[in-house]
Design a protein around this ligand. Sequence first.
Ligand code: 5GP
Ligand code: MG
Length: 183
Amino acid sequence: MDAADVSDDLLHVLYTEAQIQDRIKEMAADIERDYEGKELLIVGILRGAVMVMADMARSFHRHVEMDWMAVSSYGSGTKSSGVVRILKDLDTDISGRHVVIVDEIIDTGLTLSWLTSNLSSRNPASVEIATLLRKPEALQMPVDVKYVGWDIPNEFVVGYGLDYRERYRNLRDIGTLAPHVYS
Ligand code: 5GP
Ligand code: MG
């Protein structure tokens, strides 16, 4: 669905489908350049990163392997619990591999800082992070992020994989929710 389908629920649209697609192509081009001549494994963090992974992987003009992890760091609301637990681990042995973790948003940084050190302990050749969105004002843990789509204000956003109570993930655009939706 697009923003027009849920216009009553959105305060405003932050990024349209077209803007998102353009930015992801640019990020993929950066990654492609940096990993030239190297095998690359991209690791998507379920479930939010599904859309970013699907579009980024298809933007590459080269082979790329894809794997997935699921971690829990959020409840059903809009606040981070700070607790990270692996719900689904990688199927791939990453020792000696070049890994890029792909996520849709970095908020407090708790999830990705924990995940980066977890994956680093498995002796990969390298681990970097690519995220479509980042909220610099919300950051609680320092995370070294190599590829960022956009830095955004500290607001709760939905769409393009990002949910509110499992809704809006299939929204093509990214927007902020109107207060009546969550109050
Ligand atoms: P962090 O650990 O950096 O606080 O965020 C971890 C996860 O929380 C993100 O991957 C995402 O799933 C969720 N999250 C953080 N901020 C937002 C937001 O503004 N909207 C939605 N829908 N999810 C968010
Ligand atoms: Mg996520």
